[in-house]
Ligand binder design. Structure first.
Ligand code: FES
Ligand code: FES
Length: 174
């Protein structure tokens, strides 16, 4: 038996201690917002927060998470209105959406650590992969959530639906 503190609730599950936390979250607890991508700690689709730090739950033994506060996308806010989620909505970040739970949680941890991150801070912290190439909008949304969205900036242009110009200005990263 393993007892976990997840999204403010206590859950006891009967699983092998080495079972990856991802599968406990998805299959034992039925929370499917956390995604499986690579299974080898590379893509970040499975990112959850452990005591506020992002971890890749596909390779993290469930037993090692005991005694720590686990936050999944379902528990980030009661109504989907955490400031990072709001920024994601306002800048229309997701395309297919598959990677975005992990991206949002990674961004949340970054903003907790650095409330006004630079582009370099974002590039260093945000190692999650997006097959759809939403990186420019993710970066803009993090700045937006941090409260930095001056008119005429890349963030403003993205919000106005000008990703092509934005990408050109940012050296084509998309
Ligand atoms: S599924 Fe865990 S990092 Fe890719
Ligand atoms: S939005 Fe499709 S993988 Fe990121």
């Amino acid at each position: 038996m393993i007892t976990l503190q997840i999204n403010g609730k206590t859950a006891t599950v009967d699983v092998e201690p080495e079972m990856p936390l991802l599968w406990v979250i998805r299959e034992q607890l039925g929370m499917t917002g956390t995604k499986f991508g690579c299974g080898i700690a590379q893509c970040g689709a499975c990112t959850v927060l452990l005591d506020g730090q992002p971890i890749r739950s596909c390779v993290y033994p469930a037993s090692a998470a005991q005694g720590m506060k686990i936050t999944t996308i379902e528990g980030l806010s009661p109504d989907g209105n955490h400031k990072v989620q709001q920024a994601w909505k306002e800048l229309d970040v997701p395309q297919c959406g598959y990677c975005q739970s992990g991206q949002i949680l990674a961004a949340t941890a970054l903003l907790e650590r650095k409330p006004r991150p630079t582009d370099a801070d974002i590039d260093e912290a945000m190692t999650n992969i997006c097959r759809c190439g939403t990186y420019v909008r993710i970066r803009a949304a993090i700045h937006h959530a941090a409260g930095a969205a001056p008119a005429g900036s890349v963030i403003h242009m993205v919000a106005q639906g000008e990703p092509a110009a934005c990408c050109a200005k940012e050296g084509g990263q998309a």
